[in-house]
Design a protein around this ligand. Structure first.
Ligand SMILES: Nc1nc2c(c(=O)[nH]1)N[C@H]1C(S)=C(S)[C@@H](COP(=O)(O)O)O[C@H]1N2
Ligand SMILES: [Mo]
Length: 250
């Protein structure tokens, strides 16, 4: 899925995801490697996107009206592939400055109190998907189970892709619209979307919502994440950062 020409976004530095959607190079690589399922997956996502593209622009950004296809997900990865993390083998660790480190499998995660919410998903490159259904566990509730120690002021996230990182302050992590998500769009999160488990940070740009979530570490202060080291805002509020003026998502 290449970015539509003219998509607004910074040009002087890499864009979160813009260098790594399912572009022609990766598409050929995938087909060449014979992983046809991944390519098919991306076509299915495209079908979901075109179903959504009939929805009128409701977000006030004007982008939906200006950029064809702006209301569909791009499938991003910075490693050139989508890590395969089987649901049956999935584990999430909560470590660091906690009294009770946790290791949860997917059944354990799903047995915790479930939270559902709907909100727009906005990438800092300009595309926005309206009214996405999410379900999972409040990140704050998970942190409470691990009992953060007094010196813990931030949360560091790592991905099963081995490369991508993100962070939040502890106060941000405790917001009610921040989920450790296992369902998205009404179904278990697909491999391409970061399943079995990803983060969803409703009020912030998409790069905060780390896919293939592997570990959550309580730390004294935040280290800038993968894209933040390229200059994107650590405080990634939609509409109030990165020089953009999008309508808030939450
Ligand atoms: N592990 C990982 N998480 C990631 C990314 C990524 O490349 N790798 N891209 C981020 C960006 S920039 C966006 S906009 C969203 C895109 O989510 P999607 O691929 O489900 O559309 O994932 C975020 N989380
Ligand atoms: Mo993004």
């Amino acid at each position: 899925m290449e970015e539509p020409p003219g998509t607004p976004g910074p040009v002087e530095r890499p864009e979160p995801g813009a260098g790594a959607p399912i572009g022609r190079r990766l598409f050929l690589g995938i087909v060449g490697a014979g992983i046809a399922g991944v390519a098919l997956g991306s076509r299915l996502e495209g079908a979901v996107g075109s179903a959504l593209s009939g929805i009128a622009n409701e977000n006030g950004s004007g982008l939906g009206a200006l950029v064809p296809g702006a209301e569909r997900f791009r499938l991003y990865t910075v490693t050139g592939s989508f890590p395969a993390v089987a649901a049956a083998r999935y584990e999430l660790e909560v470590t660091g400055l906690v009294a009770r480190p946790l290791r949860l499998d997917l059944d354990e995660l799903r047995s915790l109190p479930r939270t559902e919410l709907r909100a727009d998903f906005q990438c800092v490159t300009g595309w926005r998907v309206p009214n996405v259904a999410w379900a999972g566990v409040h990140l704050g509730a998970l942190l409470d189970l691990a009992r953060p120690e007094p010196g813990a002021h931030a949360v560091a996230f790592r991905s099963y892709d081995g490369v991508y990182t993100e962070s939040l302050t502890l106060a941000q992590a405790r917001r009610s619209d921040v989920l450790v998500a296992y369902d998205m769009l009404g179904v278990p999160i697909s491999q391409a979307h970061g399943g079995p488990v990803r983060l969803y940070v409703a009020p912030m740009y998409g790069y905060k919502s780390i896919k293939w979530l592997r570990s959550i570490e309580l730390v004294d202060r935040a280290t800038p994440g993968y894209w933040e080291q390229e200059g994107y805002a650590v405080e990634a509020w939609v509409g109030r950062s990165n020089g953009r003026h999008d309508a808030p998502t939450a």
